[in-house]
Design a protein around this ligand. Structure first.
Ligand code: BGC
Length: 748
């Protein structure tokens, strides 16, 4: 045994971590990893590839337990999920330090939109189109979680979602590959901060690789069948962006993709991710997704599943026990090459080194840091601001909003609906519920009460519940509305009606809530409706009749304060929809960047053998990119610096945007293009850029976008990323459906 090796062994056995790795000063990371790898038995190696759920919370069906602590002590566990807090992580890390090689455990958790401070659901944040704010939200989530012993978040979820029946639309950035890629990048940068090794950085995990959002019928975990063109042009770009932003890990997914489960899919994991993209991190399975290859009909048993998963490039097994129970035997029988195991372990150990866990396994479990991040008021202020930016104003007829506090002095506002006083609901799915939530989370009732003080009288009636069909509370609600000067209603889904395993076939406003809106509207009082949901809902009657509608998603800990600011004009809404809102479930999947077909309708009434429904227009209830402000913006025509773009050159497209209303406000100016003819058909519109401008009343600003050929690249039939010379249209406007237009040519 050479001196270096002996030093490692001594130190591994004694726990003097600083000494061996100080001695490694001149060694590369790979050499350090190899030195550890050489000391490991086959069982210990497979142990690093094994992840169990802790006892704190379960985010999937629990598999039979065994004595986890004993297995940690034997070096048979590399990572735990759902073990939270300094106390628990320290406890388990201590057990890992009793193992022969003292390799530290990794603690992973779903920090999807905050840890202690809960931010708006990711789909809500996406509506802000504000990359700095989204990055900051992830940064705060990472700071709080890493102070509680978590080193790894299973986020961002970057699945493109074109089907609002799928409950997990709430967890991502919506339907668009470009916006989704920008947000994927912002979230990875936010989570990983200044880089792994800093105590406030957690490893990001881009998930679910890949295609999960296209589950047939919007039913969670369902089969996915899509062309490779769609995979490459629509579903992969946000993953590529996450990889390029340095995401330390990837998670594969439950679904099959064109007949092969993603978890056992070497085209996805080996060819694309680790091959073409040269991803250096590791891939974790989804919860039991290795075991689920058995019911999929892709693996005979757990041994077969383990073989198929590792061969396909899955490095770590979350909760299926297929690896730990079968891989050593498979290697000994010569069915799995030990090189595959070594490669996976190398990837995992490398991240443990990068995090600094070999230097100090307790680095992230620091009681003082945990305390300092527990109730951080600065974080709450950022949350409130993020919540305000996430709200989307869908309608504001007759400028009913913002409410004027002066004019309402001495008057009565009726707050009606099942969500007005809700507390926990505001946190949405994928959030942690703490015992003191009822004190911390601001309901709409509380937010408005704090804002108006004694100046305005508030009255309340629940009216109905979210899902049941009783109208027993209508009378009281109508009475309350009659006595008031203005009514604010808050309706929607319950927080747990969207999220994992929360697909819905009917996405109308649940229960009798729209009937309640009708009853209140019939009083003749001015009505404002706030809609909480984790997905686009359908509420056509409300859209047609109620003068003011705000889409408020799930806004997090400070929800009510943010809503009050928006209602009373202390924040002028600026959110834009990151996903199309359908008129009916029958239109789904509906998305703005569709192809034209050979028979596009000439107008909404055209039914003459064209691609349309005879009972519904093709257009959505609200288009992608849509969102109003209390002020109005006008757009000049587009000016181009040249009608021709050549490779190496830049096309500058400008518009003059003017605030034509009464309030200062922020507008998200959106740029779309269309390639008129291609070697494969191209979408009618594709988002290629956006800029946010803040304008005071009367103020104008020239907004210029610079396009190069790189912005016009796409994957062709051979899956090569190309640009193709020809005619293009460029669109700039306030949403995907309201734009100015110009033409240019891309020359060779
Ligand atoms: C989900 C993942 C999640 C994992 C761990 C699974 O059921 O699909 O997104 O990270 O559970 O909680």
């Amino acid at each position: 045994m050479n001196t270096l090796k002996r030093t490692i062994v001594i130190c591994l056995f004694t726990g003097y971590w600083m000494i061996p790795f100080a001695g490694f000063g001149q060694k590369t990371l790979d050499q350090k990893v190899d030195s550890v790898l050489k000391l490991m038995t086959l069982e210990e190696k497979v142990g690093q590839m094994n992840q169990y759920n802790g006892d704190w919370a379960a985010t999937g069906p629990i598999t039979p337990d065994g004595d986890k602590q004993d297995q940690i002590r034997k070096g048979l566990v590399g990572s735990m999920l759902n073990v939270t807090g300094v106390e628990h992580t320290t406890e388990l890390q201590k057990i890992a330090m009793e193992s022969r090689l003292k390799i530290p455990l990794l603690f992973g958790q779903d920090i999807i939109h905050g840890y202690r401070t809960i931010f708006p659901i990711p789909l809500g944040e996406a509506a802000s189109w504000d990359m700095k704010a989204i990055e900051q939200s992830a940064r705060i989530a990472a700071t709080e979680a890493s102070a509680a012993g978590v080193q790894w978040t299973f986020a961002p979820m970057v699945d493109i979602a074109r089907d609002p029946r799928w409950g997990r639309v709430m967890e991502g950035a919506g339907e668009d590959p470009y916006l989704g890629s920008q947000i994927a990048r912002a979230r990875v940068l936010g989570f990983q901060g200044k880089g792994l090794g800093h105590t406030d950085a957690v490893m990001a995990c881009a998930k679910h690789f890949a295609g999960y959002g296209a589950a047939i019928g919007g039913r969670d975990y369902n089969t996915v069948d899509m062309s490779l063109l769609t995979l490459w042009n629509v579903y992969l770009p946000p993953f590529k962006a996450a990889e390029e932003a340095g995401a330390a890990t990837f998670m594969n997914s439950f679904n099959t993709l064109n007949g092969i489960p993603a978890t056992g899919n070497s085209y996805l994991q080996r060819d694309i991710l680790k091959g073409k993209w040269k991803f250096q991190g590791f891939v974790v399975s989804d919860w039991n997704s290795i075991g689920e290859m058995i019911p999929h009909g892709f693996a005979r048993d757990h041994a077969d599943a383990a073989l198929k998963a590792i061969s396909a490039g899955n490095d770590m097994d979350m909760e299926s026990r297929s690896y730990i129970q079968n891989l050593p035997k498979l290697v000994r029988e010569g069915k799995v090459s030990v090189n595959l195991v070594n490669e996976a372990v190398r990837r995992i150990l490398k991240k443990k080194f990068e995090l600094g866990l070999f230097d100090d396994p307790y680095k992230f479990s620091n009681a003082q840091r945990e305390k300092s991040q527990w109730d951080n008021s600065a974080n709450l202020m950022v949350e409130k601001s993020m919540a305000e930016k996430s709200v989307v104003l869908l309608k504001n007829e007759g400028q009913l909003l913002p409410l004027n506090r002066e004019k309402l002095k001495g008057k009565t506002i009726a707050l009606i609906g099942p969500l007005v006083r809700s507390i926990r609901q505001n946190l949405g799915f994928w959030s942690y519920s703490w015992p003191d939530d009822s004190l911390r989370v601001i309901s709409t009732w509380k937010g408005i009460a704090q804002k108006v003080g004694d100046d305005i009288h508030l009255a309340y009636a629940k009216g109905c519940s979210i899902t049941d069909t009783s109208k027993a509370g209508f009378e009281e609600a109508v009475e309350t509305a009659r006595k008031a000067d203005i009514v604010i209603m808050e309706v929607g889904e319950a927080a747990d009606m969207s999220g994992e395993a929360k697909s819905r076939s009917n996405i109308h406003l649940p229960g009798v809530q729209e009937d309640l809106i009708k009853a209140i509207y019939a009083t003749g009082k001015p009505v404002i409706v706030l809609i909480n949901a984790g997905r686009p809902l359908i509420f056509n009657w409300t859209s047609a009749h109620v003068p003011a509608i705000l889409y408020t998603w799930w806004l997090g800990t400070e929800a009510g304060g943010a809503v009050a600011d928006v209602l009373f004009g202390d924040y002028n809404p600026s959110g834009k929809l990151p996903i199309t809102f359908p008129r009916a479930e029958g239109q789904i999947p509906i998305y703005y960047d569709h192809f034209n077909t050979g028979r596009p309708p000439k107008n909404a009434n055209d039914l003459n053998y064209v691609s349309s429904y005879i009972d519904l227009p093709n257009s959505p209830a609200y288009p992608f990119g849509y969102g109003l402000s209390y002020t109005t913006f006008s757009y000049s025509d587009i000016t181009l610096n040249s009608p021709i773009l050549r490779p190496g050159g830049t096309l500058e497209a400008s518009v003059e945007v003017t605030n034509t209303g009464k309030y200062p406000g922020k507008e998200t100016v959106q740029l779309y293009t269309r390639q008129m003819v291609g070697s494969v058909v191209r979408p009618v519109e594709e988002l290629k850029g956006f800029k946010q401008v803040y304008l005071t009343p009367g103020e104008s600003r020239k907004v210029t976008f610079a396009l190069t050929v790189n912005d016009l690249r796409f994957y062709n039939a051979h899956l090569n990323e190309v640009y193709e010379p020809g005619d293009f249209k460029i669109f700039i406007g306030t949403s995907s459906a309201q734009v100015k237009q110009a033409d240019f040519k891309l020359e060779k």
